[in-house]
Ligand binder design. Structure first.
Ligand code: NAD
Length: 491
């Protein structure tokens, strides 16, 4: 941890070895957060025991009352202050995002800005209409539908975009009048948890309205089960999302699941191939491919496949891989050794089954070279699985309909994109690919605070993030009537 941060948002003396329940409380045990590029420690956070989770959620239940008791203007102003505090901490947050996630500087800057945007968008929610005045079937009775907070919302997040993926739930959930208990991934507990707790603390959020707990799967499971949690928003793998969904369903809790992907990047035979190869390289290699919306398959028409692959491989070979904090590189390390071994295993097994390695396929420690695989067919792991690594998987098809078939040949449905000179062909494809998001003449990785973000199939359960959906997502409707007491009954 750099010693220069003592008077900053991330000053370790404030949060080191602690979790946050409105104050910084030393954990009985601690979790070490490591820099994936060097394995050196970035800090320690305080772990929470599973037994303590119910008590902490109870504290959030009380905190919610205080928070929702503030006027809408006060709640909006608190969120705007938190946005300004984050914005003022740009340099240290960007440094921590680079070092903690192993991401390229451009990715960290974009994530930082997106996180500030989430808070600013959310700050408008308290000032929006709270409901509707309904026609009443009873003379003299006023009938209203009102959006009310759910109570305490549990937020469980992954490591890859830790700051923005936490804030896209935390900010609107708070804005809608809920309290929040956040459990970030322990690998990125500083930018995914501490930074948010500090910004909200300094912004003057009432004690207990936001609680940060640290821990792994067991603590996430305890949070999902905690009696006081009315809604869970989970972002992460489909396998864990299914477990969270099962538990939440059994306990009748509202649940939002944003899960994995195998998004198609389709290149039709009339596409500008230089532009397509640039978009395709970005689509598979940005953040070492560790993005839910990354291109899972490059689906390329046969007529242009060789030319496209040549251009894509050239780009892959030119990219620099190394420590993104200390060196000028485009790709950093893979987040951990087991994920790096998994990526290598998928590539090796696919090659053993007949795929052709055109670029990359090598690694040094956690640093995996950007890789291009062709001749990939169904049944190979590179075709079937979400890789979550810098591997461009190229599948060749004959025509537009076969491209659509391959695009839909997956249980996932997060994002998608097509490159073509013909808008008509682009729309034909877009209307037939099953996904929550789709982009004509772009690539699959796109996000902003004011759009309906989310997937279908194994990529999610139909929940969406973004303005203006968030107000509905983080509240429930309540019917309220105001009568005069004069209504008569048969007995
Ligand atoms: P993961 O599912 O392993 O972990 C995510 C979070 O869940 C972590 O905080 C982890 O500690 C917690 N967790 C693990 N087991 C749990 C359990 N049984 N109960 C409750 N919580 C538990 O995911 P990951 O490997 O960190 O992230 C990568 C995955 O996330 C990829 O599949 C990626 O596509 C997906 N992802 C999706 C989106 C999206 O918006 N759709 C965004 C980013 C990442």
């Amino acid at each position: 941890m750099p010693g220069t941060l003592e008077h900053s948002l991330l000053a370790p003396s404030v949060w080191s070895s602690a979790y946050f329940d409105g104050r910084w409380i030393p954990g009985e045990r601690t979790i070490s957060v490591l820099e994936p590029a060097t394995s050196s420690p970035l800090g320690r956070v305080g772990e929470v025991s599973c037994d303590a989770v119910d008590t902490l959620v109870g504290r959030a239940t009380a905190g919610q009352v205080a928070w929702f008791g503030l006027s809408p203007d006060e709640r909006a102003a608190t969120l705007r202050r938190a946005a300004a505090i984050l914005a003022d901490s740009r340099d240290e947050l960007v440094e921590m995002l680079i070092r903690e996630t192993g991401g390229w500087r451009g990715k960290a800057l974009a994530e930082f800005q997106a996180a500030v945007d989430e808070l600013n968008y959310a700050a408008s929610i308290p000032l929006e209409p709270e409901g509707v005045l309904l026609p009443s079937s009873v003379r003299g009775r006023k009938s209203m539908g009102r959006k009310i907070p759910l109570g305490v919302v549990g937020v469980i997040t992954p490591w890859n975009f830790p700051l923005v993926l936490a804030l896209r739930s935390v900010a609107p959930a708070l804005a809608a009048g809920n309290a929040v208990v956040l459990k970030p991934d322990p690998q990125t507990a500083i930018s995914g948890g501490v930074a948010i707790a500090r910004a909200l603390e300094l912004a003057g959020l009432p004690e207990g309205a936001f609680i940060l707990i640290n821990g792994g799967a067991a603590v996430g499971e305890a949070l999902t089960r905690a009696a006081g949690i009315r809604m869970i928003t989970f972002t992460g793998s489909t396998a864990v999302g299914r477990q969270v969904g099962r538990t939440a369903g059994e306990l009748l809790k509202k649940v939002s699941l944003e899960l994995g992907g195998k998004s198609p990047f389709i290149v039709l035979d009339d596409a500008d191939l230089d532009a397509a190869a640039s978009a395709g390289a970005w689509n598979s290699f940005l953040h070492q491919g560790q993005i839910c919306m990354a291109a899972g398959r490059h689906i390329v028409q046969g007529k242009v496949a060789d030319a496209y692959v040549t251009k894509l491989a050239k780009k892959a070979e030119a990219l620099r891989v190394g420590d993104p904090w200390r060196e000028e590189v485009e790709l950093g390390p893979i987040i951990n050794d087991s994920q790096c071994a998994r990526i290598a295993g998928i590539v090796e097994q696919s090659v053993a089954q007949g795929a052709q390695l055109v670029a990359g396929g090598t690694r040094q420690g956690r640093f995996y070279r950007p890789t291009v695989l062709t001749n990939v067919t169904p049944g190979m792991p590179a075709y079937d699985l979400e890789i979550f690594g810098p591997v461009a998987v190229v599948v060749t098809v004959e025509d537009d309909d076969q491209a659509i078939h391959v695009a839909n040949d997956t249980e996932y449905g997060l994002s998608g994109a097509v490159r073509t000179a013909s808008l008509d062909r682009g729309i034909y494809v877009a209307e037939r690919v099953r996904s929550g998001m789709f982009h004509i003449n772009d690539q699959t990785i796109n996000d902003q605070a004011g759009v309906p973000f989310g997937g279908t199939g194994a990529s999610g359960n139909g929940s969406r993030f973004g303005h203006p959906i968030n107000h509905d997502e983080f509240t429930e409707w309540r019917w309220l009537t105001l009568g005069s007491g004069q209504k008569s009954y048969p007995y």
